[in-house]
Write a protein that binds this ligand. Structure first.
Ligand code: SF4
Ligand code: SF4
Length: 453
């Protein structure tokens, strides 16, 4: 090998049959070649044309310092996004009318469980968030206010008051109008036509919990009397469709649904859902997982299922949220900065006015009633600590092929399982590596990009 050739430490490779893909881990736009051609190149490095290609992709560099400078600039660019807020959660209540076996809210939040958020707290929360995003809304950013629970429709009164107040703030230009998304995360069982009309009036998107076809959904999603929720949710979806409300589906992936949920696509098609996402179960609040399924095995099965399901749903142009987001990153050659809003400026307001950076964390950062006008959640030690665990600061992650689509997963999941927030989130590692390999070896991509000397 000629001694002036320095390979970047971000050079990643992946072998598949007789081909190898070579790419920059931070900005993968792969070049494919025969595996034998690659090994020959590594031995003598005398193919000038290929050297030029690798130089353009920053895979061959002048010196180690080139890599260091690039990585430093890259991190600074990423860090410039940390002082931003795009999500406000208002937890209207932690009460729920259902008793789904796997519910992590039910298992995690013991504080404040029976309280309903008062309208005055919702307004204060909106004011604090408005201060976080003041100084020019970013037209290219999507903002979200998420009404969350428990079951938020158990506190319809505060929901209505909050909606009126949001509209008032928009009229006074204190909140964005076009790119502000209002989302109700509900189990759907309390929805009726009157509520659907209200939701339509305020252009709220409804994110409904539905795990799959009837027997799959009703296996875990039950009310306190043990009755399944499927029929009630379908009735709610019918009403929402009739009233023209956007429907998002949020679907928990249980070991049971992974095995028996292939016909779920029919429901998504029939109700023309606008968005849907699978949720890999999190935390150690999953007693059935400990007993029946080894955790890593479950993550693998869940990831395989998501990718398989997404391939089949592509035909109907219904895209799974996580896959769609990762494909967008590949397409736009962008780097995923964070997976979890809690690492930047996400604001969560609990029913008693406590502020946290994640809906599942109950240890408050502050309470709204004693928050001064300078409070910004991204300046707090918890948010800064969570940032430190992002893949860019983890040596093992910087040598991971899937780092560009990662964002670090869910800190709460890691903490809940291991009590050590610095560890990686294995659920996301398995999914990302699966998605990355799948994308890398799509026939269409690798067949049209093969380098021949
Ligand atoms: S820690 Fe996990 S549950 Fe909490 S906001 Fe982040 S991704 Fe969501
Ligand atoms: S968390 Fe996992 S998938 Fe993400 S960059 Fe690190 S090793 Fe890769």
């Amino acid at each position: 090998m000629q001694d002036y050739v320095h390979f970047s430490r971000f050079l990643g490779t992946s072998k598949h049959n007789n081909l190898i893909a070579v790419f920059h881990r931070l900005n993968p736009s792969p070049v494919y070649l025969e595996y034998n051609t690659w090994t020959t190149f590594l031995r003598n490095c005398n193919d000038k044309k290929f050297i030029n290609i690798l130089r353009q992709k920053r895979l061959i560099i002048d010196s180690k310092q080139t890599d260091k400078n690039y990585f430093k600039a890259f991190k600074e660019l990423i860090e410039s996004n940390f002082r931003n807020s795009s999500i406000l959660y208002l937890i209207l209540t932690k009460q729920c009318n259902l008793e789904c076996n796997y519910c992590f809210i039910r298992h995690s939040s013991k504080v404040d469980r029976d309280k309903l958020m008062k309208p005055s707290i919702a307004k204060l929360g909106i004011d604090v968030w408005a201060r976080h995003i003041s100084g020019g809304f970013n037209k290219n950013r999507q903002y979200f206010i998420i009404f969350y629970g428990g079951e938020p429709l158990l506190n319809l009164y505060t929901l209505q008051k909050a909606l009126e107040y949001i509209q008032l703030c928009q009229n006074r230009h204190r909140l964005p109008r076009k790119n502000l998304n209002l989302v109700l995360a509900t189990n759907g069982t309390l929805l009726n036509r009157k509520i659907a009309k209200l939701l339509k009036r305020y252009n709220i998107k409804v994110s409904i919990g539905l795990d799959g076809i009837k027997n799959v959904n009703d296996y875990y999603r039950k009310d306190s009397e043990g009755n399944g929720t499927f029929n009630r949710v379908i009735r709610a979806m019918t009403i929402l469709r009739q009233e023209g409300v956007d429907i998002w589906i949020s679907s928990a992936l249980t070991p049971y649904s992974i095995r028996y949920n292939n016909r779920f696509i029919n429901i998504l098609e029939r109700y023309k859902v606008d968005q849907f996402g699978f949720n890999i179960l999190r935390g150690k609040t999953l007693p059935f997982l400990k007993r029946k399924t080894e955790r890593y095995h479950y993550y693998k099965m869940a990831s395989d299922f998501i990718v398989r399901f997404s391939r089949s749903s592509e035909i109907s142009k219904i895209y799974e949220r996580q896959i769609e987001e990762r494909l967008r990153l590949f397409k736009e050659e962008k780097f995923c900065i964070i997976d979890c809003g809690g690492c930047t400026g996400q604001l969560v307001i609990h029913p008693n006015g406590d502020i946290t950076n994640c809906p599942l964390v109950s240890r408050r950062i502050q309470n709204l009633t004693n928050t001064d006008s300078k409070f910004r959640i991204w300046d707090t030690s918890i948010t800064k600590n969570w940032q430190k665990r992002l893949p860019l600061y983890n040596k093992r992650c910087t040598s991971c092929n899937a780092i560009s689509i990662c964002g670090g997963g869910c800190p709460w999941n890691v903490h809940s399982i291991s009590r050590n927030i610095a560890l990686r989130d294995n659920s996301i590692c398995v999914l990302n590596n699966k998605v990355f390999e799948d994308w890398l070896w799509t026939k269409q991509r690798c067949n049209t990009n093969i380098y021949r000397p």
